[in-house]
Design a protein around this ligand. Structure first.
Ligand code: URA
Length: 210
């Protein structure tokens, strides 16, 4: 585990959205590297039939260097188990590979990445899609959906648990697991959780060719 980055490292003119880095560590395509502990690459089964795409690493993921290991990851693990999908059987990544945050008291609070950051990081998501070649991709939340469809105006409601074909893959969308943790009341949280489970079941059936 690396030490968390200082919130205000010295300015640098290294950032360049046209850069084509060979490694995530060297990526300066947007500014998020400045404040993150490290980049968090996707991980899981190589060439899995199913790929899950979240938004960006959270605080725990930033420190661990692994996707979905914090509270949202625990909920995702539960939903995967309930949908009959072993976590080891899927590839899990994020649309944006660095944690974007702001300091509130002593806590680093998640900030939604901007479209420019999502676009800069498509360079990495596209590589992962090419390398892993999943049959089915599940967008966890609106940021992932916009990245996967390359459409800044894509709306979660329109793609909710519905299949869109993209470059030979089936893309479907559901809530981000954090929504199922933070929705205003218990009934809404339970509904969101069950929606995630049904999207994962749908993905499992699609991946099995059903
Ligand atoms: N939220 C995400 O979108 N991704 C993670 O890896 C963790 C939390």
């Amino acid at each position: 585990m690396k030490k968390p980055a200082h919130p205000t490292p010295p300015p640098s003119d290294e950032t360049d959205p046209a850069q084509q880095p060979d490694s995530l560590e060297a990526c300066r395509r947007c500014d998020l590297w400045r404040h993150a502990t490290q980049a968090v690459p996707g991980e899981g089964r190589r060439r899995a039939r199913i790929m899950l795409v979240g938004e960006q690493p959270g605080d725990g993921e930033d420190l661990a260097g692994k996707p979905f290991v914090g509270p949202a990851g625990k909920l995702l693990d539960r939903a995967l188990a309930e949908a009959g999908i072993p976590r080891d059987d899927v590839f899990i990544t994020n649309a944006v590979k660095h944690f974007k945050w702001e300091l509130r008291g002593k806590r680093r609070l998640h900030k939604t990445p901007g479209q420019r950051e999502v676009e800069a990081c498509m360079y990495w998501l596209e590589r992962e899609l090419q390398q892993e070649a999943p049959a089915v991709v599940v967008a966890l939340g609106a940021t992932a959906l916009k990245a996967l469809l390359d459409d800044a105006h894509a709306r979660l409601q329109e793609h909710f648990n519905k299949v869109t074909r993209r470059e030979g893959r089936a893309v479907l969308a559901t809530w981000h697991p954090s929504y199922a943790l933070r929705a205003p009341d218990a009934a809404a949280r339970e509904r969101a959780y069950l929606d995630i489970v049904s999207a994962l079941e749908h993905a499992r059936q699609l991946a099995a060719g059903k």
